[in-house]
Design a binder for this molecule. Structure first.
Ligand code: PEP
Ligand code: MN
Length: 370
């Protein structure tokens, strides 16, 4: 629901907030020169039934229900009678133990990096330390987030499925050591509270892209979340999946494109088909940050860098890349070994991203009208 309130009516805004809290909703306030717009998010059906009361509050210019599809995350929301409101894109914040807040979607590329899975303590610690060192070397420590799977969805049931809570303990140790926040995948909705008590950010993988019980549990956790696109989902299905999380009052959602299963990947030259155009579509259609995973479409570490650099041309808000601490570990790695990129090479890509931001991005923004 959208409510426009003339400036200076703090009591009214507080009354809106109080009613929203009683209905289980949240209020996002956007500033304009003469008035503020309160966007009430979550499942707003009960809140909307009080529209008459809201319209009578001092300073309220208008109050209308959003009729658009995926109403909580849409960039442009409309009422049934054609009123429209354009919402601002909304960064997602992930604070670290080091006191730095990573802001995804705030105009600077955020680097999510780490192993496919936490397999050994030494491996996780080594990658986390290297990631921190890269952050310090290039002055971007406040843009680095560690990644690592502990609960692994595997296509083949006999494949290794991660270390579970033991893997989380390794990621916890890496955070303790480096101060970096970490993101890890959740698969079972029953485990969300337990995993959310450890992780700084949750990840819903492509194989659970429409597991709505999981989405709702993640929404209730109020943790920041990366929602990967299902490898067979159209964009609208992805946005509706995000709505399941947002409906629980959690807007801290980052969408992640990770490649599609198409006819054309059957030749074996790549694992999935990266849909880079969808990044622009997400930026236009939703208020959510959008990142790209260059590793899973590649399936081969030699193509990861090319994918990563390509995504910059679409003004992506960040990337999530799978890496390796030492080449000798590749043969021991139990999941996604072929696509793991060496951390030295990753450092060169970070440098390239920063050069891109400085020298090329301004021109790109100008020509793309952003
Ligand atoms: C992963 O990030 O390791 C992963 C399993 O990704 P996806 O869900 O995109 O396959
Ligand atoms: Mn992986």
């Amino acid at each position: 629901m959208i409510i426009e309130v003339e400036k200076g009516n703090e009591t009214t805004l507080q009354q809106i907030r109080d009613l929203a809290a009683r209905c289980g909703n949240k209020v996002e306030v956007e500033d304009a020169p003469l008035f503020v717009t309160a966007c009430v998010v979550g499942d707003t059906r009960s809140f909307e039934s009080r529209a008459g009361y809201l319209r009578g509050l001092p300073g309220v210019r208008q109050a209308w229900a959003v009729a658009s599809d995926y109403k909580n995350i849409a960039r442009v929301v409309r009422s049934e009678d054609g009123r429209a409101h354009i919402r601002e894109r909304r960064p997602v914040e992930v604070p670290g133990l080091d006191g730095l807040v990573r802001r995804i979607g705030a105009g600077k590329h955020v680097f999510m990096v780490g192993p496919d899975s936490a397999q050994e303590l030494e491996q996780v610690l080594a990658i986390a330390k290297l990631a921190k060192a890269i952050g310090e070397r290039f002055g971007v420590l406040d843009r680095i987030i560690l990644r690592g799977g502990a609960f692994k969805p595997r296509t083949r049931p006999t494949d290794w499925r991660g270390l579970g809570m033991k893997g989380l303990a390794m990621l916890d140790a890496a955070r303790e050591e480096t101060g970096l926040p970490y993101v890890t995948e959740v698969m079972d909705h029953n485990l969300v509270p337990e995993i959310a008590a450890h992780a700084d950010m949750l990840q819903i993988g492509t194989r659970n892209a429409q597991n709505f019980d999981l989405h709702e549990a993640v929404g209730r956790s109020h943790k920041p979340v990366i929602l990967k696109r299902g490898f067979g989902n159209e964009a609208k299905e992805w946005f509706f999946a995000a709505e399941y999380i947002a409906n629980q009052g959690n807007l801290d959602i980052v969408l992640c494109e990770r490649g599609m299963k198409t006819l054309y990947v059957k030749g074996g030259y790549c694992r999935f088909h990266p849909d880079l155009n969808v990044i622009t579509h997400v930026r236009k259609q939703t208020i959510l940050p959008v990142i790209f995973d260059p590793s899973h479409p590649a399936g081969d570490h030699q193509i990861v860098g090319q994918n990563m650099i390509a995504s910059l041309g679409y003004l992506v808000d960040g990337t999530m890349t799978e890496t390796l601490h030492t080449e000798s570990f590749r043969e021991q790695q139990l999941c996604d070994a072929a696509q793991a990129l060496d951390m030295d090479k990753y450092a060169r890509l970070v440098e390239a991203v920063l050069r891109f931001e400085e020298h090329i991005e301004p021109a790109l923004r100008a020509v793309s009208g952003e």
